[in-house]
Design a binder for this molecule. Sequence first.
Ligand code: LLP
Length: 463
Amino acid sequence: MSRSAHPAGPRHADVLPEGHWTAPPADLNALDPKVWSRTVERAAEGAVSVGGIEVARLAEEFGTPAYFLDEDDFRARCRAWRDAFGTEADVFYAGKAFLSRAIVRWLQEEGLNLDVCSAGELTTALAAGMPAERIAYHGNNKSPEEIERAVEAGVGRIVLDSFQEIVRVAHTAERLGKRQRVQIRVTVGVEAHTHEFIATAHEDQKFGIALAGGQAAEAVRRALKLDGLELTGIHSHIGSQIFDMAGFEVSARRVVQLLAEVRDEHGVELPEIDLGGGLGIAYTSDDDPREPHEIAKALSEIVTRECESAGLATPRISVEPGRAIVGPTAFTLYRVGTVKPLEGLRTYVSVDGGMSDNIRTALYDAEYTVALVSRRSDAEPILVRVVGKHCESGDIVVKDAFLPADLAPGDLIAVPATGAYCRSMASNYNHALRPPVVAVRDGEARVIVRRETEEDLLRLDVG
Ligand code: LLP
């Protein structure tokens, strides 16, 4: 049975996920700082604000649905990651989580580097003035044009993902009279899940080159022979929304083993290892993410220990957090359109967005919380499902949550922790207009990605 299937017989709504909480929170007006960005607060009279601006004012000025990004929080998280890793390691923000020119400028100001995985992301990074040497270029199937642009731009590293790509990048660099710094992405045989990890004997997914069967060692052998490449290190990314450091421990150990094998075979000590991203955030109060300084300490201890026992100098470490930086910094603001109580089941609350601005619930069974933010309410909690306005019953934003029973059309509700992989995976399904991203800071709000318009839709539709 698939994880989203339900047994025949009971109605869908009778089947809550196993172990799911069904009790309402003690105080529906409380905003858990774990899931809301730093400057979000509820005033005594009940309205919620971010960066000193009340949500009702934001809704009036920018419309709904819209993502509101807490710039102070974003910058503070960048600094926390940078300071945690210090000068001995590099932090590359994973642009796929959310990228815009303002974000790129903030990253530069806060001393972070950037990981891109497409020509579009590279263009955005360069357009905002990110120095090419601070960019890492990823992807399992970079086109010849993408490789050429990355090499020509002089990106700091290209992460090689296949045997074909080793040759393609080497030839492109040679043709352009360059020597490209590269890392090889390896598959370490660790399958990371949210609260656990399972070491697998073989890796059944599309990324990287397997350590198993000597594949990665062969990739190193080939890369070292090619004049167009300067192989600087090994890269590993084990998954996403991970809380348990054990998966990183296994990954680091296996990468260091490969470095030792490379030294033994070629007499070369590769100077870098990249342990990827994937650090989890709190989507609900049940999640307990680690702080950057704990993560940095754990990773550097693991790598140092493993290198000492292999007799290697400790390589320069890099990491690529995306979600852990931008995820908690934004919420999506929606206006309630309809409230439909289904007797004995739950209440469906329809908002003016949906799966076009947050596909994660439909795609990954992701869990979110929601709060009434335009006012305070002391009405009793009711079990709700927040749904969008798309023509699809899977158009769910928040599967199970509690809102006050007096919730009414026109109320503003907000879903926190939508900074990562919501706007970046937004779609035009049903010709929805993708919402704006508005940065809020110190009483000022400014659009950093504007709302799409119907003209935008028609511009692409050439008739
Ligand atoms: N580095 C590499 C090589 C990656 O592939 C990724 C994510 C990251 C870093 C950043 O991972 P993060 O720290 O953001 O978890 N759309 C999915 C997530 C896909 C992640 C893909 N790669 C989601 O919404 O959960």
